[in-house]
Design a protein around this ligand. Structure first.
Ligand code: NAD
Length: 260
């Protein structure tokens, strides 16, 4: 149960949760691929990891909604490092609007990044995992995979959808050693969340302080944000757990905001 020498692709790893997961995997001895739309930031994150642990990281520029870019990125990883052991499909964005004002283009953009991205990256890595007879796929869900909030129609729909896709891959992959699980974090202070605070304050007509205290953390057991490290630790556990006892599952990491 460790990741030493395992090849782990993390999408959206130039920032936030993906970056923290890549750091945690590298600290555990893995070889990590920083796959991100932002090529410069991806390279900087990989350089930073390599400065601390030589040979532990490579970067790949990839828009997860673009099939050719996803396939080319995975091919480059396989060429460089011989295979893929772990995929974390993490890249994501947030756009908030009231339902009746939600631009159709924004709806499609959110669904594409979260759902097409998970589909395309999984489809690209599965043949390599099947060839080895082992692999772990982890989707970045959310508490919004389990419940709904106002203004987030597209995000909630996409995050619920990831649970279904994960369960199908868990069933198809079991006989060939591939497990799939979903992490469902509460609010973590990343650029994605920092951006939402003023947006929600404006849309709901309340202060930014109230957005944090009442909307984001109001239902937690202790009023605390979930941390990058909390989520990275769960991502490590799902990647390193190596039997089908733990597949097709989702784990909520949210200071008790959602309990099941
Ligand atoms: P972030 O904005 O810090 O990082 C997202 C990364 O994804 C960025 O580096 C960005 O360049 C990349 N990205 C965006 N679109 C992409 C695309 N089409 N192809 C490739 N890369 C792309 O965000 P974050 O908060 O770290 O979020 C990461 C994931 O965690 C998302 O799926 C998000 O929905 C989920 N999540 C976040 C929170 C939270 O509170 N921050 C809570 C639950 C779930």
């Amino acid at each position: 149960m460790n990741l030493t020498g395992k090849v782990c692709i993390v999408t959206g790893a130039a920032s936030g949760l993906g970056k923290a997961i890549a750091d945690r995997y590298a600290a555990g001895g893995a070889k990590v691929v920083i796959a991100d739309l932002n090529a410069d930031a991806a390279k900087a994150a990989a350089d930073d990891l390599n400065a601390r642990r030589a040979g532990s990281a490579m970067s790949v520029a990839m828009d997860v909604t673009n099939e050719d870019q996803v396939n080319a990125g995975v091919d480059a990883v396989v060429k460089a490092w011989g295979g893929v052991d772990v995929l974390v499909s993490n890249a994501g964005i947030q756009i908030v609007h009231k339902m009746e004002e939600f631009p159709f283009a924004d709806w499609k953009k959110i669904l594409a990044i979260h759902l097409d991205g998970a589909f395309l990256t999984s489809k690209a890595v599965l043949p390599h995992m099947y060839a080895k007879g082992s692999g772990a796929i982890i989707f970045m869900g959310s508490v919004h995979s389990k419940l709904a909030s106002p203004l987030k129609s597209a995000y909630v729909t996409a995050k619920h959808g990831l649970l279904g896709l994960s369960r199908v891959i868990a069933k198809e992959g079991a006989a060939r050693g591939v497990r799939t699980n979903v992490i469902c974090p509460g609010f973590v202070k990343t650029p994605l969340v920092e951006k939402q605070i003023p947006e929600q304050a404006k849309t709901l007509g309340i202060s930014e302080e109230d957005v944090v205290k009442k909307i984001m953390l109001g239902d937690t057991v202790d009023g605390q944000f979930t941390t990058l490290e909390d989520v990275a630790e769960v991502a490590y556990m799902f990647a390193a757990f190596n039997t089908n006892a733990l597949t097709g599952q989702s784990l909520v990491v949210s200071h008790g905001w959602f309990m099941e």
